[in-house]
Design a protein around this ligand. Structure first.
Ligand code: SF4
Length: 216
């Protein structure tokens, strides 16, 4: 099954509990104002790979040792067939290694719409953070970008694992990770308002110019 992927990384530690695989799918039709991931918006077939290739990479980089998988984007539910194949492959992997990693997905769609249109996909997830990013609302809770976004455990595993975090407030530390890939700087996590401007200013003060940034 083909799937459009913007990037993948391991370990991600700022988007869910523990050491996680991060998968950012390519393509988003929602276009929340001031989204920091605007590079994920185009439905770019040049970004296509396969679910099998993602699983091969995931097993290699994690050594089958991981606490969870976070699927973000982009809008994962804009590729429902591919997302279903990915979730099935992750479930099969988990069973084959006797693992207990959880799968958390982000979506900019309303929970009611996802429940109506994609109940089978929700049934394959352990937890979900739905609703669009609203730049005029504050960032209040852990792993969420704006105050309208709930954290919803969906499975027994998700309910057990995410119960301690449902009302946990966002903190200043551990909200973002970054790494270099050649000449590209990747920043993942949930930035606070003004973080990206601060990043650009601090890079500029060190003689680095950030070109083609994803947040405008
Ligand atoms: S925040 Fe998510 S849903 Fe909203 S525009 Fe950005 S990628 Fe799309």
């Amino acid at each position: 099954m083909r799937i459009a992927l913007n990037k993948a990384h391991f370990p991600v530690t700022v988007l869910g509990p523990g050491r996680r695989l991060g998968l950012w799918l390519q393509g988003c039709s929602i276009h929340c104002p001031n989204c920091v991931s605007q590079d994920t918006w185009p439905f770019d077939r040049g970004r296509e790979t396969t679910v099998a290739a993602i699983l091969t990479w995931a097993r290699k980089v994690s050594g089958d040792q991981l606490d969870g998988v976070t699927i973000s984007g982009g809008e994962p539910f804009d590729q429902p067939k591919a997302l279903g194949a990915l979730l099935a492959a992750l479930s099969h992997w988990r069973e084959s290694i006797g693992g207990d990693f959880d799968v958390l997905a982000y979506s900019g769609y309303a929970l009611s719409r996802l429940q109506e249109k994609h109940p089978r996909l929700l049934a394959q997830l352990d937890a979900l953070i739905p609703e669009p990013y609203v730049d005029t609302l504050p960032r209040t809770h852990l792993w969420r970008g704006s105050a309208n976004q709930p954290l919803i455990p969906l499975s027994p595993r998700g309910k057990a694992r995410y119960a301690p975090y449902l009302e946990q407030k966002a903190s200043a530390d551990s909200r973002m990770q970054s790494w270099f890939d050649g000449e590209r700087l990747w920043v993942v996590g949930i930035p606070d308002r003004g973080d990206m401007a601060t990043l650009e200013a601090e890079a500029g003060a060190r003689g680095l110019t950030l070109k083609d940034v994803s947040w405008r």
